[in-house]
Ligand binder design. Structure first.
Ligand code: SF4
Ligand code: SF4
Length: 112
């Protein structure tokens, strides 16, 4: 079934964890839906946690579809420096954090 288009009501902003913290419209579910509709390949799509809480309040059941949007970014070569670092660490060390001794807790958590 096709993903219903966002009608820009803004209800989803009430439950989005990234909007709760950052309070920036372009990183709200509504903002992301508008950027996606315009076909804009922006690294802000990596900020979405993929939780789909926004969908629980959405009157049209619009799906943020973050996995597909991220795949599109990767295909276009749009990545963050943190993404590149995590991928390099996984290839080289088998984990996203870098070199770790047995039982060592990472000093820095990498996120996009
Ligand atoms: S799926 Fe993304 S946009 Fe929707 S509520 Fe979760 S973090 Fe926000
Ligand atoms: S995603 Fe749904 S709830 Fe959010 S602004 Fe669009 S139509 Fe409204």
């Amino acid at each position: 079934m096709d993903n219903p288009p966002c009608i820009e009501c803004g209800l989803c902003r009430e439950v989005c964890p990234i909007f709760e913290v950052l309070r920036r419209e372009h990183i709200s579910p509504r903002g992301l839906a508008i950027l996606a509709e315009e076909g804009i390949a922006s690294p802000v799509f990596y900020q979405c946690t993929l939780c789909r809480a926004c969908r629980t309040l959405c009157p049209v059941d619009h799906d943020p579809d973050g996995e597909r949007l991220r795949a599109r970014l990767v295909a276009r070569g749009v990545e963050t420096e943190a993404n590149r670092e995590m991928i390099a660490n996984i290839r080289q060390h088998g984990n996203p954090f870098g070199p770790l001794e047995e039982g060592e807790i990472p000093k820095r958590l990498t996120c996009c």
